[in-house]
Design a protein around this ligand. Sequence first.
Ligand code: DX5
Ligand code: ZN
Length: 213
Amino acid sequence: MNKTRIKITPSILGIDYGRMNEHLAELAPFSDMFHVDVMDGNFVPNLTIGMPIVSCIKTDVPLDCHLMIRNPHRYVEQFVEAGADSITIHAEASLHLAPDVEKIKKAGAKACVAINPETPVEKIAAVLPMLDMVLVMSINPGFGGQKFMPEVLEKVRWIREHYPNLDIQIDGGINDETAPLAIEAGANVLVSGSYILKSRDYEGAVASLKKNR
Ligand code: DX5
Ligand code: ZN
């Protein structure tokens, strides 16, 4: 049983960008953070938004920018300048992970590192003590609406066992059926995109993710 408060961070990948700030205002009362998916069409096959759009977001909800881009150190300062409160970089996309984590902190943001489903937790063992948050991907990054991969929960368990107080995010395929599995394994920050956005009742959808504990 995970007694930590569960935080919900809607992925804004699928919002209506034509009325971005209104749409985000509708989600805000039920959101602990907004999860901003930034894709470069290289590290992942999809292409999304960058700093200019992030800088147009007007909200009091903290912004967590999930950078699915190669060599993310090139853009850290610019995303902080654009309004990112925390920055997530991928272990697989960074050339020098520890210096990149330091760079995020120096720029004034919280630092998070993500690992893809096939990446072993050993790859980030050395930087875990430096992090404000870690993100375990439960899908291959690139697209919303994919199926949750339960095999990644072993990594969540290992991290929770060794870092009882670390914020552990899980991202991909989180819905009312998979959220309890992630929480049971030790995740306390749930990223959820299509499940929340496809629901007409954001409050109910968010509440259903925190249930069954
Ligand atoms: C995928 C993104 C995810 C995605 C989650 O590359 O990093 O954040 O938006 O969407 P769902 O919840 O639909 O799997
Ligand atoms: Zn994401």
